[in-house]
Design a protein around this ligand. Structure first.
Ligand code: FE2
Ligand code: FE2
Length: 143
């Protein structure tokens, strides 16, 4: 069973698709709505990871100080920084956003590849089904 990998892969796809909806409407008011949805979605996603999934990995791997999640938490900060820069421009109807968007998409893609090739498969293999389902239930309780 690969519950964590499957769930988080679907969530990554969803975030990319909302961002692409935003890009399709760039310059129009619908873009603002899509970007708002993306910004809320990515913030929640990062809370899921930093408060529930990464700690589970770090505890089990005894790898808290030097493991891959340290770098991934740093990437989250960079992702959120780009999202906030974009948010600032879009709020002012400044649509000179393409460079920031490319940087964001590049970073998001590399980041999801790392998560989906390291910690999520590890969780599905090394954490019991009962604990995985409990972690997923805790994610779902965060709104
Ligand atoms: Fe992440
Ligand atoms: Fe993620």
């Amino acid at each position: 069973m690969n519950e964590v990998q499957a769930l988080m892969g679907r969530e990554h796809d969803k975030l990319h698709s909302v961002l692409s909806d935003y890009q399709k409407h760039r310059g129009k008011s619908a873009a603002k709505q899509h970007f708002r949805e993306f910004r809320e979605g990515i913030r929640k996603h990062i809370i899921w990871e930093e408060e529930i999934l990464y700690p589970l990995y770090e505890e089990r791997n005894g790898n808290r100080a030097a493991g891959p999640t340290v770098a991934m938490r740093g990437e989250h900060q960079k992702i959120l920084g780009l999202v906030e820069q974009l948010h600032g421009l879009i709020s002012r109807d400044d649509w000179h956003t393409e460079q920031l968007e490319s940087a964001l998409i590049h970073l998001l893609s590399a980041h999801r590849d790392r998560e989906e090739s390291t910690i999520y498969p590890w969780m599905d293999e090394s954490v019991s089904a009962k604990e995985r389902l409990a972690a997923i239930a805790r994610l779902r309780a965060i709104v």
